[in-house]
Design a binder for this molecule. Sequence first.
Ligand code: AMP
Ligand code: GLY
Length: 431
Amino acid sequence: MNILVIGSGGREHALVWKLSMSPRVSRLYCAPGNPGIASLARCIPLKANDTSGLIEFAKRESIDLLVVGPEQPLAEGIVDRCQEKGLTVFGPTSAAAQLEWSKAFAKDFMDRHKIPTAAYRTFSADQIADARAYVEACPLPVVLKADGLAAGKGVAVCTERGEALSALHQMAEEKVFGAAGSVIVVEEFMRGQEASVFAVCDGQRYVTLAPAQDHKRVFDGDRGKNTGGMGAYAPTPVVTPAALREIERTIIVPTLQGMAAERRPYAGCLYVGLMMTETGPKVVEYNCRFGDPETQVVLPLYRGDLAELLLASACGDLSGAESPAVNGNAVCVILASGGYPDAYAAGFPIDGLDRAAGVPGAMLFHAGTKEEQGRVATAGGRVLGVTSLVDGGLDEAVSLAYRVAEMITFEGMHFRRDIGAKGLATSAERQ
Ligand code: AMP
Ligand code: GLY
């Protein structure tokens, strides 16, 4: 089978890495890819949003399966366009991906289908005065969200009234997130630990992968600004096997049934962002794709053939697939550029890659790198994901990931030192 993966980050490197292990894969391409991906797949200089170029390439090279990594092309309907052309593609249609590209749609959908989530109100552009009155009186903390895609930045968790009013002003009046802020969701603050569960779906059936925990804030102890994700580990003890069954029963099954009933059946990866509250798991957000950096720990733990799984999803027939048992632990530490998530400089050479890549049980997933005069240099905010995979416990996976992370250096590099710590604390509390 010939596969084309679309995207260029750490998530796509992990997808390509896992797909490259499948005996069913003959030729593997990635568009546009990155220098890490280039050692496993042929990188094609086509952007992820160049739908016509990608379709033309897929036809010409007899691609049997396209795998779409990022949300933007999914929201823009790349799957619909590929299907119209008779191509087999992994990912949801634009109508199904609305679970991610409109938070107001997702909230109303959960309301219609009694799926547990935070209580909320939505306000459109002509209801700003009502929104202000509501935010002036609502309980604190409160969470404000721009409706549309905002590269993970359109959410403000506000503990003070002034902060909430100013977030509202920025989203609704200053339009800092552009059109994404033309509808605002104001929602109840939920307390608990967060977790990410990925369900690979075929429209009706699903397979869940190892539950993971992301680390969205830039500094240790979940302090500082939100980022794209500074690290992840799996399986997280925050989601026990019993909790995973509850998540399937109260969230994943009703989501798939609801989407099918509304004639937008969901196929692809359904990423459920969860808050494990005192009253059970609740949805923080849906994403319509694999998460980054969770994929860098979830896929190494997957013992099955990823090409078969994604093909079965794309063909609408997961009847033979089962949610696999998970053994071992994986941790991913993101090495970021100095200044990230704010402005940062790039183009710094990266040292220590070869030695780090040689450590057994370690994988280096490239995110923001480029090749310059035969050397790998930084080219993004999140530069590399150092993943460890061990048969042993989470503590072992944490030590290995940090041992390898310490071998790599580039100017300004920073990373969190506490990836996995909440998982270790949760396990310790239970003993
Ligand atoms: P989102 O982009 O929707 O995942 O939101 C970004 C982050 O904001 C989440 O990972 C949570 O940490 C936080 N967040 C979002 N919604 C809520 C909520 N209702 N209660 C508490 N925290 C939230
Ligand atoms: N890890 C967060 C995301 O992929 O949206």
